[in-house]
Design a protein around this ligand. Structure first.
Ligand code: HEM
Length: 122
């Protein structure tokens, strides 16, 4: 059940990110709506809470088990890239670049989750 919530919030997180990217690239007024600012944070909080519960339930932890270390570091990178893509980057080409890098980072997190290995590609 917790894993299902974790995976669902991960899916919602990337869906909201794709949607906000679309609105930023189209200069849409949707970006100033209150729910657009709040809902992603609520969802990401649930994602992190379920991540913590799962880690405790399987007794594996970041900075002890490498795949969870990779996941948490990549999650921080994903959040930072997302902030630059949606907020801080001024030029459109930089927004697009950060956006693509954030998507690649998210894909990496999913692949680490599925393989339980930080370097599955070697
Ligand atoms: C955007 C961020 C994240 C995404 C997309 C994500 C995705 C996933 C997915 C798809 C699974 C299911 C894997 C499977 O059943 O094969 C999973 C499980 C899990 N995730 Fe995450 N996750 C994220 C963040 C985190 C973080 C930050 C942590 C903790 C440090 C974490 C800890 C776990 C744990 C412990 C499991 C359970 C593994 C198991 O029981 O087999 N996740 N995650």
């Amino acid at each position: 059940m917790i894993k299902l919530i974790h995976m669902t919030t991960a899916f919602i997180s990337i869906s909201l990110f794709l949607m906000r990217g679309y609105w930023v690239f189209r200069n849409s007024p949707m970006m100033s709506k209150k729910w657009v600012k709040i809902v992603p944070h609520v969802n990401d909080t649930v994602l992190l809470i379920t991540a913590t519960i799962l880690a405790v339930s399987i007794q594996q932890y970041p900075f002890v088990h490498s795949w969870l270390t990779a996941k948490i570091i990549a999650l921080i990178i994903y959040i930072l890239l997302g902030m630059f893509a949606l907020k801080y980057a001024k030029e459109m080409k930089n927004k697009v670049l950060f956006f693509i890098l954030a998507l690649l980072t998210f894909s990496y997190i999913v692949s680490v989750a599925l393989t339980r290995s930080p370097i599955w590609f070697i």
